[in-house]
Structure formats: C-alpha cells, structure tokens
Ligand binder design. Structure first.
Ligand code: GTP
Ligand code: MG
Length: 402
C-alpha cells in the first residue's frame, strides 16, 4: 500500500475532442482549461492542471491539447509523466493524435498507464466492444499491452470509480522520481502573483525544493532565492519529485522567466549546445539525412537542432544511430534524458517557430497523421550520452548529491 505522500503525475493523451479535459474534471472536480480562448472555442490550447487525493496517492494531472497544431504544448507536458491516461472516444476510436501522442509517450519512455474508452454513453454496446478491440490491438506490443482498459462516461459517471482504482494501482507501481538527486524543475509557466511576485510552475522531476533554497536558472545561469513553494495548490515546506510545484522566486521579474527554462541545484550543471545522442527513428517516418534540421523538444524546452549522423549516412525509418546534435539555443540536458525531435516540413516550419530547448537520446520519426508528405514529422526520443551537460565536476548527477 502506498503512503499518503506518494505523488505521481498523470498525463492525458489523445485526439482532439475525445474527452480528455472533461474526464479530468470528472475525476478531480477541476476543469483543466484555464484560458478564455479555450473556453470560447471549447478546445484545449495549452497545458492544464488538476489535483486529486485518492487511495493514499496524491495525483497531479497534466492535461494536454489534442489539436495537432498544439503538439509542442503537448510535448512540454509529456516530459514529467509517471502514468499515462490514454483517452479514446468510443464514438471515434483511434485517430491521428491518438497515434501521435502515444508515439511520443513511448519515445519518452513512459512506463505505465491506463486506457480510458470514454463517451460510452454515446454508443451501443457492440460499437463499444469493437472500439475496445481496436484499442487493444493499438497498444499491443507496447508498454500499455497489459494495462487496464476502463470504459467510462464523464457525462453519466459510469466507470469513474473503476478508473480511479486503475490509476491508483498504476501509481503504486510507478517507480517514482528520486528526491535524493539534484533538484531539477523544468518550467512550464511563469507569472506574477499579487503580493508574492514572480512564480514559476512545473513538474518536479528530481530532487526537492523549499523556501530559503538557492537555485540556478538555466540557461541564463542566474542564481535566485526561493521565497516560497506550493505543491498541489498548498504551501509546503518542501516539494517532492512527482509533484506539480509552484516556486515563488525573489530577485527576478516574471517577464524574465518562461517555459523551457529550468531551475536546478546551483553550480552543478552546465548548459550546452552540443549533445551526443542515440536517435531512434519511428518506422513510419521518412529517412533522416545528415545535416537535417529538426525541431528539438526536451523537458519543457524546444529549439532547432542540426543533426550530425555518425558515419554520415542516412538513417532509415525504424533505424537507430549515434549522432551529435547542434542546438540553436543552449539547454540543460543530462545524460539519460530523453527528448523528441520532429522533422521540419513546410507546414511545420510555418507552424512552429524556433524558441529554445534541448536534450539527449534516441529519435524516431513518424509519418504525419493525414499521410500527406508535407505533414510528415519526425518524432524522436533519446537517451543521451552527453558531452557538455553533466555536472561541472564531471560526475553524473550522483544519487545523494545536492
Ligand atoms: N456524451 C458525452 N460527451 C462527452 C463526454 N466526455 C466529453 N464529452 C464532450 O466532448 C466534447 C469534447 O470534450 P473535451 O473534454 O473538451 O475534449 P478534449 O479531449 O479535452 O479536447 P482537446 O483538449 O481540445 O483535445 C465536449 O463537448 C464534452 O462535453 C462523455 O463521456 N459523454
Ligand atoms: Mg481538452
């Protein structure tokens, strides 16, 4: 049985309009859409958050947008997931972003999850059975192959108890993040709070943080003092890994802080523009050519990468290769961090301008959702053996350090 302090992050994934946000609301009582534009358009645009304490587990929910245009926001949320909640609408079954989000979670190394076949109130039982079969086939051979599949309706409440139990069981098995390691908090939001000043939020991926701590802001390299910390919406003495965490920072304007930056233990890490990685290309991808320019996503950061493939040969679909990435922006990436690279295409280039980000690992590509060549994207994940981003002393973030 897990202790009440066991904290896990549940991330949603799934196609647009499949009922992710509504399901999060049905589970937690909080609708994760915050922006006026989201409410007006009835779609999720940016990450949303909600909390639940159930069966001795503190769940932090990260709800992602299903719209293909907002996949970079989805990627910023997918980094810290312990348990995936793959949402499939019973009236539509598997759709392009069901596939894309699932590919991303696989490449990022998410290890467990639950499949929710939702909107069960909209279909007859035969359709429901068919969709469940399709979903089983879809996750076959993946980390979700033996995961629970729960039929739910956010509208009638059917199956919600079973879904909570399945999430609790998955949470109990989740390996968890290590509080003894150096502190790292990839920032996904920054804002000013009246009476407090600058606040950043993120999913705490390792180490812990509390008031009075000195932290280093990457990639700027500035040292800052922590004034206060909240997790799950409550003030705490220390936020622990696996928790949604808000940090109130002294000595900096909120306008100088943004998604993609990282707070970390000071003096331990070095930012970098060059990383050695192992790339793994999705079988559905187009081949990757040496010198290709890619979108690079690590943690909450994103930037542009130029790829130098070892041996200078094309990387075929489904293949893996060692490579060196030259990033447009400096990032904080550690050995073993996973990242995603996505292929540039005319539409993507127009769609995603370069901001900053980084990481290590394998890469994979996939064909775009509609099958059209101009939609093809590369999705890669990596485990990086990294050159420049280890601890300054050359040690690799030893357990117990910090
Ligand atoms: N009948 C029925 N409608 C549902 C259910 N769950 C969600 N809906 C409706 O489906 C629509 C889409 O739901 P959302 O929760 O916004 O879907 P989403 O997956 O979060 O969509 P994006 O965030 O834009 O990708 C809304 O109109 C919901 O009211 C359900 O269980 N039954
Ligand atoms: Mg939504």
């Amino acid at each position: 049985m897990s202790s009440p302090t066991h904290s896990v992050i549940v991330g949603t994934a799934g196609h647009i309009d499949h009922g992710k946000s509504t399901l999060v609301e049905a589970l937690t009582g909080t609708h994760p859409d915050r922006l006026a534009e989201e409410k007006r358009r009835g779609i999720t645009i940016d990450l949303g958050f909600a909390f639940l304490e159930e069966n001795g587990v503190r769940f932090g929910f990260v709800d992602v947008p299903g719209h293909e245009r907002f996949v970079s926001n989805m990627l910023a949320g997918a980094g810290g997931i312990d348990v995936l909640l793959l949402v499939i609408a019973a009236d539509e079954s598997i759709k392009p972003q069901t596939r894309e989000h699932f590919d991303i979670c696989r490449l990022l190394g998410v290890e467990r999850g639950v499949v929710a076949v939702t909107k069960s109130d909209l279909v007859e039982s035969e359709t429901l059975e068919l969709v469940r079969l399709e979903a089983e086939e879809f996750v076959g051979g993946s980390f979700l192959e033996h995961a629970p599949m729960v039929t739910v309706s956010a509208k009638t409440g059917a199956g919600l108890g079973e879904l909570k139990r399945a999430l609790s069981e998955a949470a109990a098995k989740a390996s968890g993040k290590d509080a003894a390691r150096y502190f790292r908090l990839p920032i996904d939001r920054a804002f000013a709070m009246k009476g407090f000043g600058s606040v950043v939020t993120g999913t705490l991926i390792s180490g812990s943080v509390g008031p009075g701590d000195e932290v280093e802001l990457f990639p700027r390299g500035q040292r800052l003092r922590v004034r206060g910390v909240q997790s799950g919406g409550k003030t705490v003495e220390r936020a622990m890994p696996g928790q949604r965490t808000a940090v109130n920072l002294a000595g900096i304007e909120h306008t100088a802080l943004k998604r993609g930056m990282v707070l970390a233990t000071p003096g331990r890490f070095r930012k970098t523009r060059r990383i050695d990685v192992r790339l793994e290309l999705l079988p559905s991808a187009r081949k990757m050519k040496p010198g290709a320019r890619l979108h690079f996503h690590a943690g909450t950061a994103e930037t542009i990468a130029e790829v130098f493939l070892h041996g200078d040969q094309d990387l075929p679909p489904g293949g893996t290769a060692l490579a060196n990435l030259k990033l447009q922006d400096e990032v904080l990436v550690l050995a073993g961090d996973r990242f995603i690279v996505r292929q540039f295409s005319p539409t993507d280039a127009a769609r995603f301008g370069a901001r900053g980000v980084s990481s290590n690992a394998r890469a994979a590509e996939r064909r775009g959702d509609l099958g059209g060549d101009d939609r093809a994207r590369a999705v890669g994940a990596g485990v990086g053996r990294d050159r420049g981003a280890n601890g300054l002393d050359g040690k690799r973030n030893p357990p117990g350090g910090g």
